[in-house]
Write a protein that binds this ligand. Structure first.
Ligand code: LMR
Length: 399
């Protein structure tokens, strides 16, 4: 136990080491590798056949319009760009877009939306526990811990099989207490690529209703899996069945505006009045953290969605990204029976059946960078690198 004097004598130099997020470490490691043949399948950024992450043409066009027409950079307020959130409603909420019990606001990326959503839960019910299927996105647990909520994890994924441990998931939901929160990946599960099918979503939704849990859906890759509508089907089923739902959404990937940090948080409660009250808390929490969200990316997305011609072209550019993801998936799946499961999964990620040692060896010997867990970005590599990637992975599995 430190005495008062010890505590007051502590300075910034006494801070302990931080265990930094493994994905951020990976970016730095890969950047520092000077081997020209290196393959970066670490962090989740879409790359095209040439290995580039181009700015979408529709975003370029929207930025030109923004540049020519924006007359002020005066504050917009805590909600950010309200029209942006309004235009997202039909895309995300589908048939629930007109439900006035659902209110959304702009956030700094999906990460900001997650933090804000968990802040809201912690404000309403600090004793709520968050059920998290593992493995999950490495930043989920720190965000949940940062608001002081307890976490209950359960095994979500059977690594060798590439399949979901659905019985374990259902058992975890059945054991939860009313008011607990079920964190769910809306689509394109990160890191496994293993999405619930329609029947599994139905059963999960039923269990959530029965146990009176609050579903919290993280949907960061809508349109990268089966299609824009299909990828939101699970979320929409929850909205139909539950009075209270929280949705953390991201446009960073499906509009390819990663560094602009474009996201939103949608909250549904049983009445318009209760949602408005909840949003007052959300705004207060946002004010304490970032005051107001950054404008530029959301404004560009808003222009795309508000301009029918650009909106149509965006759907085309999104489909092209999805098609590349799915065709690279099929190519890898066809290469070896042990990789066949990758062809049945969705989104930017899957986990290779490799140990941490094998992953590190790939890094050392082949300059292939993926997360220690074996998670790799399906479209991290160029077309020209796929053959070498597959050969190296098969060699590692054979070793
Ligand atoms: C990822 O999982 O690679 C992305 O969501 C990027 C991030 O912020 O971790």
């Amino acid at each position: 136990m430190l005495s008062e004097t010890d505590v007051s004598a502590r300075g910034l130099a006494d801070l302990p080491e931080v265990q930094s997020d493994s994905l951020l470490q990976l970016i730095a490691l890969c950047d520092a590798d000077t081997r020209p043949e290196k393959i970066d399948v670490g962090v989740g950024v879409f790359r095209d056949g040439e290995g580039r992450t181009p700015i979408l043409q529709v975003i370029k066009e929207a930025e030109r319009i923004l540049n020519a027409t924006q007359e002020t950079k005066a504050y917009l307020g805590g909600y950010g760009d309200k029209r942006f959130a309004e235009l997202l409603r039909p895309i995300l909420l589908g048939e629930h877009a007109a439900d006035h019990r659902i209110i959304g606001l702009q956030t700094p990326g999906g990460c900001g939306a997650l933090r804000l959503g968990f802040e809201l839960i912690a404000t309403a019910n600090p004793r709520a526990r968050v059920l998290v299927g593992t493995p999950t996105w490495p930043n989920h647990p720190p965000i949940i811990n940062s608001v002081g909520l307890g976490m209950v994890d359960y095994p979500y994924y059977e690594r060798g099989q590439g399949s979901i441990r659905f019985d374990d998931m259902m058992a975890a939901l059945a054991n939860a207490e009313p008011g607990d929160v079920a964190l769910l990946h809306g689509c394109c599960h990160n890191p496994t690529g293993a999405d619930l099918d329609a029947e599994q979503w139905r059963q999960v939704t039923e269990a959530i209703v029965e146990r009176r849990l609050i579903p919290f859906v993280d949907i960061a890759y809508q349109g990268f899996g089966r299609g824009l509508e299909e990828d939101a089907a699970g979320l929409r089923g929850l909205l139909a069945a539950c009075d209270e739902v929280i949705v953390a959404q991201s446009c960073d990937k499906n509009f390819s505006v990663y560094r602009d940090r474009v996201g939103s948080l949608f909250v549904k409660t049983g009445s318009r009045e209760a949602t408005e009250r909840a949003m007052a808390h959300v705004l207060q929490r946002a004010r304490e953290m970032w005051s107001m969200p950054p404008d530029h990316g959301a404004a560009a997305v808003r222009i795309v969605l508000d301009t029918p011609e650009l909106r149509d072209r965006w759907l085309g550019e999104l489909a092209a990204m999805r098609d590349r993801i799915n065709s690279v998936r099929q190519r890898i799946a066809a290469a070896d029976a042990r990789l066949a499961f990758i062809g049945r999964q969705f989104g930017m990620f899957s986990m290779l059946p490799l140990s941490k040692e094998q992953v590190l060896k790939l890094r050392e010997s082949h300059a292939i960078y993926m997360a220690d867990s074996g998670r790799f970005n399906i479209v991290g590599m160029s077309d020209g690198q796929i053959g070498r990637f597959i050969a190296a992975v098969v060699e590692a599995m054979d070793a």
